[in-house]
Design a protein around this ligand. Structure first.
Ligand code: DX5
Ligand code: ZN
Length: 206
């Protein structure tokens, strides 16, 4: 199981120091990109991803409309996994192909209200499915149990790629997701808000 701290809950003014504080205990760094249209919040874009200096895998979660416009920028910024939202891509297959052509691993995310079986026809083309366990847009929300059924569905459907779960992950919900079949735990508030970040990460099951 991999741990991906979400920098949404970090101090953006000291981003590289914040990431360095958890680097030894984690595998990926999760970057939430929001455009104020697809979600009611605005965060950061490719220039900031480029400035992140880390040995961790850069896992970028695009919560934006028309993500195809920015794929090349994120590739140039050193993104390893690029995840787009199913709900933002009427032309999903094309978008996935562009991500692949730009040399990145391909991810798709679904909001809590979107049934997971919409991804059935795309599973063979995905390296990662990101199951949202809160409404995308903000950190610090409560985990929605419906995510567990989606994770199990993906494993039952034979999906062998990474299953990442994002939103409300903590020492209780994280292990439950791993039990259901998740391989990546994204956690923002739980890690960056902890007094002892190493201890908090270990409690996720490390
Ligand atoms: C929410 C983001 C998450 C967020 C999770 O839209 O996609 O990555 O940072 O935050 P926590 O772990 O605080 O629920
Ligand atoms: Zn995220």
């Amino acid at each position: 199981m991999k741990i991906a701290p979400s920098i949404l809950s970090a101090d953006f003014g000291r981003l590289n120091e914040e990431i360095a504080s958890v680097e030894k205990f984690c595998d990926w760094v999760h970057v939430d990109v929001m455009d104020g249209h697809f979600v009611p919040n605005i965060t950061i874009g490719a220039p900031v991803v480029k400035c992140i200096k880390t040995s961790l895998v850069k896992d970028v979660h695009l919560m934006i409309d028309s993500p195809e416009k920015y794929i090349e920028d994120f590739a140039k910024a050193g993104t390893n996994y690029l995840t787009v939202h199913f709900e933002a891509c009427p032309n999903l297959k094309e978008v996935l192909d562009i991500i692949r052509k730009n040399g990145m691993k391909v991810g798709v995310s679904v909001k809590p209200g979107t049934p997971i079986d919409v991804l059935k026809e795309f599973l063979d083309e995905l390296d990662l499915v990101l199951v949202m366990s809160v409404e995308p847009g903000f950190g610090g929300q409560k985990f929605m149990e419906s995510a567990l059924g989606k994770i199990s569905w993906l494993r039952d459907a034979g999906f062998k790629g990474e299953i990442s779960v994002d939103g409300g992950i903590n020492a209780e919900t994280g292990p439950a997701c791993v039990k259901a079949g998740a391989s990546v735990l994204v956690a923002g508030n739980y890690i960056f808000g902890a007094e002892d970040r190493e201890q908090a990460i270990r409690k996720l099951g490390r």
